[in-house]
Design a protein around this ligand. Structure first.
Ligand code: DQA
Length: 150
């Protein structure tokens, strides 16, 4: 199974960015753990980060026929990224929405996810573990051939 993990803006600063919300582990540390877990699960994991909505959309388009699933932390675009939402709706691989924090426990503007309706599921609030749980969820539900509603 091939999986794209795509992080949006500011997630490259994990470890130094608002640790009270996002923890103290750097992305390099998190990625190393995830790669290990992915190989245990038989997943070929490609991790990317882009700070702009257009850049994230280009990546989704480029891999759309090459991956069986996508784990997406869209950062703040989660809350207003309509073009990103349309890109998710346009491609076939199932997309899981992931957040380190639980947006509903934070400022009101974070309570809305415009991408949720076009994702197959959502994992939030478990820190870096959210990504690991998403890997597990993709394996257990199956990739593109899996049930769209789990
Ligand atoms: C986030 C939550 C978003 O509201 C925020 O803009 C982020 C990170 C999370 O992982 O908790 O950049 O997606």
């Amino acid at each position: 199974m091939r999986v794209l993990l795509l992080n949006g803006p500011n997630l490259n600063l994990l470890g130094e960015r608002e640790p009270e919300h996002y923890g103290r582990a750097s992305w390099a540390e998190i990625e190393e753990r995830l790669k290990r877990r992915a190989s245990e699960l038989g997943i070929e994991l490609d991790c990317r980060q882009h700070s702009s909505e257009g850049g994230m959309i280009d990546i989704l388009h480029a891999v759309r026929h090459e991956v069986d699933g996508v784990i997406l932390n869209a950062g703040a675009y989660t809350h207003y990224g309509y073009a990103l939402r349309d890109a998710i709706a346009a491609i076939d691989p199932p997309v899981i929405e992931v957040h380190l924090s639980l947006p509903e426990r934070r400022e009101e503007f974070r309570h809305v996810s415009v991408i949720a309706p076009v994702c197959v599921g959502r994992i939030a609030g478990f820190g870096a573990l959210s990504y690991e749980l998403a890997l597990e969820a993709l394996v257990r539900r199956g990739g593109s051939e899996g049930a769209r509603n789990g």
